[in-house]
Ligand binder design. Structure first.
Ligand SMILES: C[S@@+](CC[C@H](N)C(=O)[O-])C[C@H]1O[C@@H](n2cnc3c(N)ncnc32)[C@H](O)[C@@H]1O
Length: 420
């Protein structure tokens, strides 16, 4: 089962789903449903765990049985699936499993009780219930209780779908029936099949969270410049740099992910040189500018990937912070005098953001910060820190249509080499 595998192996749910769909030869419809169930289970794991344990005399020792109950309860409480269909399919799944086949009656009784007591369960609304304690403590320490709580609340909603267009955002927003955000991204109002929207085939736009679109914009790539994107795949930011007319070297350690970048750029009719290599080992002529979208804990993307909250650990953050520092040092060594460096991570953790920027400037006095100004991001100054870096939070970008609010949590710092 996808939830058990993801938790046990501490790998992204997306990877587990991909393996499972291949092994079980799932149709794309079944795969999409299984993915939606797993996602909502992770998003509301704390709520589901409490609801179930309050309705069980003794929680089952078998982790898979607990996860089977959680995925059933998630569908009853949060998805539009008829209760009886959920109960029948959970019982059926147990009956087909030699270790769980005895549990059919038990599953039936527990899930029926969850369905009967749905309103009572949903009325309990401790905003921290769906956040692991270690993240709750970190976010309160970093952002203070009220703001941290808005982050936890934002994580209970699904992320919206944002697009970056090559040109003419106003008219594309109109054509696609979307909202043009102050930062230039288009937010779709409806969840639809992306490939069927106008402009997809022609490569006029690509899916990219509104916050994820900011780092490449702040690099301000210019036609003819030679720019390296050091952790490039699947290529959203490479596409922005190439669309601006710069010559891009897209580097990524993963050849498989780099292949996806190449496919994405081909659809967009954009070009980049690619190199599958560990960026720490890259040898190249110095660049005019570098984008370093470093590998990170990804706690800023929990709305999209709620498994992150339950699979990442403090130890991961510590190790990733070390790698980010080394990649920053490498990037510094690859720039021309006067060159620009944009560093970003989709993490809410200071070790992967604010503290990286501080220690980079201490290690590299030949660089200075190039503060971000509100006019560069459509006048949206809320997310600029006193130091001039960018810190976006999932609870920001509130729209009148509440269920379309929010954006990924990103940290972005921009540096310039002092020599000219
Ligand atoms: C946050 S993702 C990049 C997303 C990408 N910039 C985009 O906008 O689509 C981080 C990427 O870094 C790559 N990576 C991790 N460690 C690396 C290293 N040492 N050198 C190069 N790439 C690395 C991963 O394979 C992953 O594709």
């Amino acid at each position: 089962m996808a939830v058990t595998e993801t938790m046990k192996r501490r790998v992204p749910l997306d990877d587990v789903m991909e393996e499972l769909a291949r092994a079980e030869k799932l149709s794309s419809r079944d795969e999409a449903l299984a993915r939606a169930i797993a996602i909502v289970t992770f998003r509301r794991l704390g709520t589901l765990g409490r609801a179930l344990s309050e309705r069980l005399n003794k929680p089952p020792k078998d982790e898979r049985l607990m996860h089977l109950l959680a995925t059933g309860a998630a569908q009853i409480l949060f998805l539009d699936v008829p209760d009886h269909a959920v109960v029948d399919s959970a019982v059926q799944l147990a009956q087909n499993d030699p270790k769980l086949h005895h549990a059919g009656g038990f599953i039936n009784a527990v899930l029926r009780r969850v369905a009967r007591e749905r309103e009572q369960i949903l009325a309990e609304s401790d905003p921290w219930l769906d956040t692991p304690t270690w993240l709750e403590e970190r976010w309160i320490a970093q952002y203070g209780e009220p703001l941290a709580q808005t982050i936890a609340e934002a994580h209970r909603s699904m992320a919206s779908v944002d697009l970056t267009v090559k040109a003419d955002p106003e008219s594309w927003a109109e054509r696609l029936g979307g909202v043009l955000l102050p930062t230039g991204s288009i937010r779709l109002r409806e969840r639809t099949a992306i490939r069927e929207l106008p402009g997809f085939e022609e490569g006029e736009w690509w899916v990219q969270d509104a916050a994820a679109a900011l780092p490449a914009r702040l690099l301000s790539p210019k036609p003819g410049e030679r720019i390296a994107d050091l952790c490039a795949a699947p290529g959203g930011k490479t596409a922005q740099i190439a669309a601006a007319g710069a010559e891009v070297l897209a580097v990524d350690r993963s050849a498989k992910r780099l292949q996806r970048l190449e496919e994405n750029l081909a659809r967009l009719n954009l070009k980049a040189e690619t190199r599958a290599i560990d960026a720490e080992k890259l040898e190249a002529e110095p660049f005019d500018a570098i984008l370093l979208d470093a590998p990170c804990s990804a706690t800023g993307t929990i709305r999209r990937h709620p498994d992150v909250a339950w699979t990442k650990t403090e130890e991961d953050i510590r190790k990733l912070a070390g790698l980010q520092g080394r990649l920053l040092d490498k990037a510094a060594s690859l720039l021309k005098p006067g060159g620009r460096l944009v560093y970003c991570t989709c993490s809410l953790e200071a070790e992967e953001g604010e503290r990286q920027a501080e220690s980079f400037l201490t290690r590299h006095p030949e660089f200075t910060r190039m503060p971000v100004t509100p006019d560069e991001i459509g006048g949206w100054g809320d997310c600029i820190t006193p130091e001039g870096d960018l810190r976006t939070l999932p609870s920001q970008m509130a729209l009148a249509e509440h269920d379309r609010s929010g954006l990924d949590g990103f940290f972005v710092a921009r540096f310039v080499h002092k020599g000219s």
